[in-house]
Design a protein around this ligand. Structure first.
Ligand SMILES: C[S@@+](CC[C@H](N)C(=O)[O-])C[C@H]1O[C@@H](n2cnc3c(N)ncnc32)[C@H](O)[C@@H]1O
Length: 438
């Protein structure tokens, strides 16, 4: 350790830069690809494993670092904290030999945080190396399930409400297994056989990708897209429940579901609204494969709470609302430490407002799909129950996906609740609400 000149280490530097940006508020899934561009295949794979794993277990590593250092994280500079998290991951969860994990961490610290940080990083890293992960976890406070599965307690509590006790541990453990990328072949534009990979268990449009999505020509041509099987299934449920006519995707960006709805709604006029202009552009991009064959859609930048439409004019409205994303934790390694239950009240208020707006826009006889990629009761069943009134009725949503076993929610068997550990999908929630003709 402590050579005169620290060696270049592009894979660890790429992971470091992505994790530091994430520490400062960026999204890892956005930041990491930017950092991987110049790397060899092998370095990119190592950097991805290191960055994802470090982010996923960050809450545990932070507590371990505090104990090893004997001081609070806030007394350390962010670059040093990120380097120590990376060293902890290599020592405790990857098969990197201790001397390599520590010396690379010391070199990295000296390059990114200054020569004078070498001593402290070396000392703390050696203390971390003195125990294995189980040894450290046994020292940490908190409920064993939260500690062992590396989840904040409020997420464990939310899962516990939504699942039978016997499934709680498998569900949390599934969040620690990176998801295979899933593709959707857009109906009428792409045959499943054009997408190399294993077909998904339930969605007739899904394939588990056998190579990076960018290497599939239909994806580049917007005839197919990256889309979790759970997202495909909720579109399918709505399309099966709805009549042709005018359909609206109320919270459309980036437009994966809009594109699949475009394909499923053969005789429909499709509208999409999205609050943010740059995300509305992504919706247009996702629809460009259909636009190229003359199947147009209207994409508007608009607030779904005050939509620019007359009430009661849509046969189908998809309200895929902003949520905590607790159902997609396996695909977003940094997400579980980013949100807190304190974020819920504001999100839930928006979810209720968007759902009320969706119901108002729906014609008598039409149907609303309320969708979240979160199984949290506050964002799912509780939102639904707050908007029930005589002009609406809950449809039996699982009956529209008869091919999917165990799709009913524990809170109410009329809601769909998918799970990674049961269905190998994100934990998507979907309620179908019928507008009663009066
Ligand atoms: C869960 S995402 C939708 C994902 C999308 N349906 C898809 O499958 O690609 C929620 C979207 O709602 C947008 N949004 C947030 N507030 C909104 C509002 N008041 N009106 C319309 N869209 C909103 C967000 O910008 C985000 O793009």
């Amino acid at each position: 350790m402590g050579g005169v000149l620290a060696k270049a280490d592009p894979a660890r530097e790429a992971a470091f830069r992505a994790l530091l940006a994430t520490h400062n508020g960026a999204y890892l899934n956005v930041e990491l690809p930017n950092q991987l561009r110049q790397l060899s295949h092998q370095d990119a794979a190592f950097a991805t494993e290191l960055a994802h794993g470090t982010a996923r277990l960050q809450g545990s590593y932070d507590q371990i670092i505090v104990r090893a250092a004997g001081r609070e994280l806030k007394t350390m500079q962010p670059a040093v904290i990120v380097v120590l998290r990376m060293v902890a991951h290599q020592l405790l969860s990857m098969r990197v030999p201790a001397h390599a994990a520590i010396s690379s961490g010391v070199d990295l610290a000296s390059r990114v945080a200054g020569e004078r940080t070498k001593g402290i990083v070396n000392a703390i890293s050696r203390k971390i190396a003195a125990r294995d992960l189980d040894g450290w976890l046994a020292q940490l406070p908190g409920e064993p399930l939260a500690v062992q599965t590396h989840h904040p307690q409020w997420i464990v509590d939310a899962y516990a409400q939504a699942l039978p006790q016997a499934e709680l541990e498998p569900a949390l453990a599934a969040n620690n297994v990176p998801a295979q990328v899933c593709l959707a072949a857009y109906p009428g534009l792409c045959e499943l056989t054009e997408l190399a990979g294993e077909p998904t268990a339930y969605s007739p449009y899904g394939v588990r990708a056998a190579k990076p999505p960018g290497e599939y020509p239909p994806v580049a041509e917007h005839r197919a897209g990256v889309q979790d099987e759970g997202s495909q299934l909720v579109c399918l449920a709505l399309a099966r429940a709805a009549q042709p006519g005018r359909w609206l995707d109320l919270c459309a960006g980036p437009g994966g579901k809009t594109a699949l709805l475009r394909g499923l709604g053969i005789d429909t006029a499709l509208y999409a609204t999205e609050l943010h202009g740059h995300r509305a552009q992504l919706v247009k991009q996702n629809l460009s494969g259909y636009a190229a064959v003359g199947r147009q859609s209207a994409v508007l930048v608009a607030d779904g709470v005050k939509p620019p439409f007359q009430p009661g004019i849509f046969q189908a409205v998809l309200a895929d609302v902003p949520c905590t994303g607790l159902g997609a934790l396996r695909r977003r390694p940094d997400a579980r430490w980013r949100k807190a239950d304190a974020d819920l009240p504001e999100l839930v208020a928006l979810q209720k407002a968007l759902l009320r707006s969706a119901i108002e826009l729906t014609a008598p006889g039409g149907v609303v799909a309320y969708v979240t990629c979160s199984p949290h009761p506050a964002e799912t069943s509780e939102v639904l129950h707050s908007v029930l009134e005589p002009s609406v009725k809950l449809l039996d949503a699982p009956s529209f996906l008869p091919e999917v076993r165990d799709a009913a929610s524990r809170a109410d068997s009329r809601f769909i609740q998918l799970w990674p550990h049961r269905h190998q999908t994100d934990a998507m929630f979907c309620a179908l609400i019928g507008r009663i003709a009066q």
